[in-house]
Ligand binder design. Structure first.
Ligand code: 3PG
Ligand code: MG
Length: 412
């Protein structure tokens, strides 16, 4: 286990905290004419026309930020937002995120227009005990993703202690995640430890039976997860469009369904490895296109005709999966089993989600679209742990050590 900052006396210290404040943003729909809108845009500070469509990552960061502030430290928050690739992209400013954070923290949050250099240094110098400052998007500098040692040194110079709470960004060996730990004592935050503990509990010391649901569009992106989970689990329920590739590998007719031809061999290998554990869908909601308003038919998975696509798990599949989930000790769920964004194809994911929630098992949900699916289908709050991680959770579930975790001190 990793060491928590909570054993330190942080009063007056400058604590440099990496959070993952990478939230989805939408452009505010302006009632103004486009000309007025454009003029107004120029007179506004960067990023002011953006609204946060899901603030769950900000809420997840509150525990650590509040606690460090309450300990009388000066809190300096680093994060990325989107992928600006080393350029200053006004739409990807963290300013509106800092404003939302202030509302959630119920305390003022200062903002620095740069994450290094004089603007950052002056903002840090103005902080009193308990104050919170958010630095501008670290990815406005190429040095973050490059893990440039000089950039890491400049960031680290802003703090006395480093706390990594950004589990969801810890698969990235970037300067603000990994590089700063070369210069400062490095500890885990509350969210980081909660994420690691949930994964450890589910995968290393599971109450059995351990049932995994692995779904999503592509076999290729989940092959590592399947290989790592199969030896650990008692059952693995596989769904989503990636199941189509397994059906084709078995010689079934899949009609116009999405198939990854280059992953047919991987599917056969996983089938062999998973013999006796692997469960595939038995029926599918099909349509001629993955669009709203289509006519749908329910077909068995070995009876999909030309022109039809499998787009969601059918009710027999949900029942079959629910039987497997009933009585499970632990469930790990990664990936929606259908095109949940479209109402016609969302019932499978809802049904599977409800079966997970009703199973009574310790349930861990995370990786990629799964947390978004849970929120969109109104299932929030019904699982033991919903990970904030996308790619990071997937890499953990491939058995890989996350570089942003590896640099943290171990608990003694
Ligand atoms: C995520 O959203 O998965 C993390 O914030 C990492 O973002 P990235 O994939 O752009 O590195
Ligand atoms: Mg990502």
């Amino acid at each position: 286990m990793k060491a928590s900052y909570q054993s330190l006396d942080l009063r007056g210290e400058r604590v440099l905290v990496r959070e993952d404040l990478n939230v989805p943003l939408q452009t505010r729909l302006s009632p103004k004419t486009s000309a007025e809108g454009a003029a107004a845009e120029h007179s506004q500070p960067a990023g002011d026309d953006r609204i946060i469509s899901d603030d769950s990552r900000l809420r997840a960061a509150l525990g650590t930020l509040r606690d460090i502030s309450d300990r009388g430290a000066r809190v300096i928050v680093m994060s990325h937002l989107g992928r600006p690739k080393g350029r200053r992209v006004p739409e990807l400013s963290l300013r509106p995120v800092a404003r939302r954070l202030a509302e959630l923290l119920e305390q003022p949050v200062a903002f620095a227009d740069d994450c290094v250099g004089p603007l950052a240094e002056e903002a840090v110098a103005r902080l009193g005990e308990g104050d919170v400052l958010v630095l501008e998007n670290v990815r406005f500098h190429r040095g973050d993703e490059d893990n440039d040692p000089e950039f890491a040194r400049e960031l680290a110079a802003l703090g006395d202690v480093y706390v990594n709470d950004a589990f969801a960004a810890s698969h990235r060996a970037h300067a603000s995640v990994v590089g700063v730990a070369a210069h400062l004592p490095a500890y885990a935050g509350i969210l980081m430890l909660a994420e690691l503990e949930a994964l450890h509990r589910a995968l290393d010391e599971p109450r059995r039976p351990l049932v995994a649901i692995v779904a999503g569009a592509k076999v290729s992106t989940k092959a590592g997860v399947l290989r790592f989970l199969l030896p650990k689990v008692d059952s693995l329920l596989l769904g989503g469009a990636m199941a189509n590739t397994f059906f084709k590998a078995e010689g079934k007719e899949v009609g116009a369904s999405l198939v990854e031809d280059e992953a047919l061999d991987t599917a056969r290998e996983v089938q062999r490895q998973g013999a006796g554990k692997l469960e595939l869908p038995v029926d599918a909601v099909c349509a001629r296109a993955a669009e709203p308003g289509q006519d749908t038919v329910l077909l068995p998975v070995d009876g999909v005709d030309d022109g039809w696509m499998m787009l969601d798990a059918g009710p027999a599949t949900v029942r079959h999966f629910a039987e497997r989930l009933h009585g499970a000790g632990t469930v790990v769920w990664n990936g929606p089993v259908g095109v949940f964004e479209i109402p016609e194809f969302s019932e499978g994911t809802r049904g599977v989600g409800e079966a997970v929630a009703d199973s009574g098992a310790y349930s861990l949900v995370g990786g990629g679209d799964t947390a978004a699916a849970v929120a969109a289908l109104g299932l929030t709050g019904r699982f033991s742990h919903v990970s904030t991680g996308g790619g990071a959770t997937l890499e953990y579930m491939e058995g890989r050590e996350l570089p942003g975790v590896a640099v943290l001190r171990d608990r003694v």
